[in-house]
Design a protein around this ligand. Sequence first.
Ligand SMILES: Cc1cc2nc3c(=O)[nH]c(=O)nc-3n(C[C@H](O)[C@H](O)[C@H](O)COP(=O)(O)OP(=O)(O)OC[C@H]3O[C@@H](n4cnc5c(N)ncnc54)[C@H](O)[C@@H]3O)c2cc1C
Length: 506
Amino acid sequence: MAEHEHVRVAVIGSGFGGLGAAVRLRREGITDFVVLERAGSVGGTWRDNSYPGCACDVPSHLYSFSFAPNPDWPRTFSGQEHIRAYLEHVADVFGLRPHLRFDAEVKRMTWDTEKLRWDIETAAGALSADVVVSATGPLSDPKIPGIPGLDSFPGKVFHSARWDHDYDLRGKRVAMVGTGASAIQIVPAIQPDVARLTLFQRTPPWVMPRVDRAISAAERRLHRALPFTTQARRGLLWGIRELQVQAFTKRPDELGLVEQLAKRNMARAIKDPALRVRLTPDYRIGCKRILLSSTYYPALAQRNVDVVASGLSEVRGSTVVAADGSSAEVDAIIFGTGFHVTDMPIAERVVGAEGSTLAEAWKGGMEALRGASAAGFPNWMTIIGPNTGLGNSSMILMIESQLNYMADYLRQLHVLGGRAALDARPGAVAAWNHRVQERMKRTVWNTGGCTSWYLDASGRNTTIWPGTTTEFRRATQRVDLAEYDVIRAPLSEGAHGARSGAEVGA
Ligand SMILES: Cc1cc2nc3c(=O)[nH]c(=O)nc-3n(C[C@H](O)[C@H](O)[C@H](O)COP(=O)(O)OP(=O)(O)OC[C@H]3O[C@@H](n4cnc5c(N)ncnc54)[C@H](O)[C@@H]3O)c2cc1C
């Protein structure tokens, strides 16, 4: 059988994480890598989410790469098509095209303990790699709850991240399930077109006004002529959020004032006291992601909208039934029910040194060293791994920190020379996660009195970083070799990789 292709690094995914990794690899002088993407184009989140109203909720000048500033963002919160175009542009400008492999879904990767490499099966064939950088995204596999009767619903059903643009919603009776970040963008965008909109709300979100405006031609000219002004704008946006996060992580009690602002935002649009009660959250603001919209409440106040303060529990023919017994007949059901987050789907496809999957290793909850590497899975790291999410700022800041870590990881491997691999020590992983969970205890995400998608089935917060982005940047600046076992390739054929405790001071 012909020997398959071997690369130094295989990156999985071509969203912000995967493309960022590719840029960074090239900057580190590594060109022997591929980016494996299951879809037919780059963009990740911003390719898959094309629902009406889709836009970022962190200002564009912060929600973009620091190494690829864009003076031409059209709005303070730019829309999906502009963010997608930006990522296509990044792929072009940084010469990433030759590395991209589309329609190459990674089905399985298995660590070869003798050859110290990952054997990777993809939809486009097999290859192997010394190092895998998994950037499959925290929000890339849509989750549709198992609703009894849904299979026999005669109308149209789709998820917000798989919008069916061929289906015309005009004049239709639509059930929108969920009131998270996507739903609150969709509702005002489709409300004027549909005949009737029934919104199933299990838990009301806190919604703050979104100060969205067109960025003027003069501002853009200024940014183009004087690039430091783009950096200054970004710095300001970052600094504000860096200060804000302290309230979430250390002083949730002080968030009452912010709740007053959110209540005022609601009161401006919702005049019906009964509806206001239904829309008022009973948990501390920030516990779930704070949503930004100046159009959501005005849309809910329209006569063609019903807010059902209960989750969808059953579908009977074309009738959707809520847990509180209320029902409506609809033509279409749109799920804005989020993604597989705490059960990272790629984990089922990674088989480590002991022959078991990462999903098995994580059955008690995801955990990784510095958000990147898991014990028993040598030379495998995630971008946006466990506890790297943010409640209030740009994920690009976290991605870039993880890219620093990735770059140093590869430098360390290079210094070790020859064939070697790094395997996170179980004690180091445990110590890191202990620190993270200790800090988590007093954060609003754990104390705010809500159940959110940040928490896993056992109630542990395995998604959010409980600190500032600066702290995470510091923690990921360098790989500390004392936190890893160094595995050397065996001298003789057939022997297993040898662990060198001496090299790590064991
Ligand atoms: C609607 C929406 C709005 C958001 N808005 C913001 C915002 O305003 N600010 C913010 O900070 N964050 C936001 N986020 C979070 C956002 O997901 C991250 O900011 C960022 O885009 C994640 O990038 P990523 O590359 O890690 O993942 P993704 O963009 O999800 O990319 C992952 C890629 O991996 C590919 N992939 C997955 N599995 C496989 C496989 N087995 N084989 C091959 N390829 C695979 C996917 O096809 C995808 O292209 C938003 C998320 C959503 C869904």
